[in-house]
Structures are given as C-alpha cells and as structure tokens.
Design a protein around this ligand. Structure first.
Ligand SMILES: Cc1cc2nc3c(=O)[nH]c(=O)nc-3n(C[C@H](O)[C@H](O)[C@H](O)COP(=O)(O)O)c2cc1C
Length: 193
C-alpha cells in the first residue's frame, strides 16, 4: 500500500487550506493509499537552532514532536503539504517544519543518503496554498521556498494547487470546483506513484 503524509500548515483547523487538503486526503484514500495526517498547530516543535546536531547522523538533535514527523517523511512515498500565504511566504508553522528538515538536507547533501534510498525516483509532492489577494506574484516567493524544500526532502514537486481571493475561514466552500480539483489531485497523485 502506498504511504502518504498530509501536512496541515495553517493555524486554522478548518481553514481554507485545511478543507482543500482534507479533500486531497479523501482522494488519496479512495485511490488506495494509507494517509497519515499531521496537523502542525497541534505539535510542539522548536524552530531550527542551527547547531548542526544532525551533521553526522542526518537526524535532528532536538527531541520534540519533529522526530515523529521525520519518520513519517522518511517512510512516505508522497507528501501533501498545505499552507496559507502569510506575507508572501508559508505560515510560521510550515516554515518551522521546513527548517527542521535541514536534517534531511544534510542527509542528502553532506551524507549523500537519499530519504527513500532511491533518490527522486518515485517520491512525489503536492502543494496546496491559498491567499486573500489576487496579485500576479502572490505565490512566487512561496513557490521558490516550496520547490527547494521538496528537493531537500527528496521529493519531486508533482503539482501545486494555488487559489487566490480566499480569506475568511470557509471561503473555499463557495468554490466546489477548487475542492473537486484537490480531491482529484489526491487520487491522481497516488496513481502516478
Ligand atoms: C499573518 C497573516 C499574513 C497574511 N499574509 C497574506 C499575504 O501576504 N497575501 C495574501 O494574499 N493573503 C495574506 N493573508 C491572508 C491568508 O492567506 C488567507 O486568509 C487564507 O485564506 C488563509 O488560509 P487558511 O484559512 O488555510 O489559514 C495573511 C493572513 C495572515 C493571518
């Protein structure tokens, strides 16, 4: 069975990105995947302290909830990540996770070990994001960050679902076509693995 980790990066439990990711999770499960859901706002996770305790082992030295997420990231064939746009970037919750994954970057670039043991072959990522405004460049900065993040965790960024002009909690419910797109992406992702 394909294993997937779905990471909720919004401080809102039932916010727009959460509703979209829930749909992607539903699609992935319907396609036969085992999906583990990680809600970052429920975890106790320190920011990266840049002490490079991961230098020799590729494992982060800070003992907190990141350790569980690390295991999930290492053992999943696909990663689904959802974050709202906060100041043209990802949410702080999401950024903390990304920085803690420097241990995976170390593993890949310094220790020359790939997360999956087989490089980019197979591991795929889906990114979902939402912003309130409609600027052309709304997702530009975030996509740079997210692309580099997925590369660091040895995962090809397979697809990004990006939606503008959604602000209040539940705004996305007025766009069933966005929810359907997320549902479809969740099942398509599994079929590409
Ligand atoms: C701290 C903060 C910063 C934000 N920065 C931006 C921004 O730079 N651009 C934008 O379009 N929306 C911005 N927003 C609006 C959110 O992206 C928007 O409300 C989104 O729907 C939230 O998604 P969520 O419900 O999944 O949390 C910001 C909201 C907050 C709380």
């Amino acid at each position: 069975m394909k294993k997937v980790v779905a990471i909720y990066g919004s401080p809102r439990r039932e916010g727009n990105t959460a509703l979209l990711l829930q749909e992607a999770v539903r699609g992935a499960r319907e396609a036969g995947a085992e999906v583990e859901e990680v809600v970052l706002r429920d975890l106790k996770m320190s920011p990266c302290l840049e002490i490079y305790g991961c230098k020799n082992s590729g494992r982060c030295a800070i003992q907190d909830d990141f350790q569980k997420v690390y295991e999930s990231l290492l053992t999943s064939q696909a990663v689904m990540l959802a974050s709202p746009i906060f100041f043209y970037s990802v949410s702080a919750h999401t950024k903390i996770l990304m920085d803690r994954c420097q241990s995976l970057w170390v593993r890949k670039h310094w220790l020359k070990e790939t997360s999956s043991g087989q490089g980019l072959s197979g591991r795929k990522g889906l990114f979902i994001s939402v912003g309130a405004t409609r600027g052309k460049k709304l997702f530009d900065g975030t996509l740079l960050t997210v692309r580099y993040y997925f590369e660091a965790i040895d995962c090809e960024l397979w697809k990004s679902l990006l939606y503008r002009e959604l602000d209040l909690e539940g705004d996305v419910l007025e766009h069933p076509e966005y929810l359907e797109e997320a549902h479809q992406a969740g099942s398509d992702l599994i079929r590409t693995l």
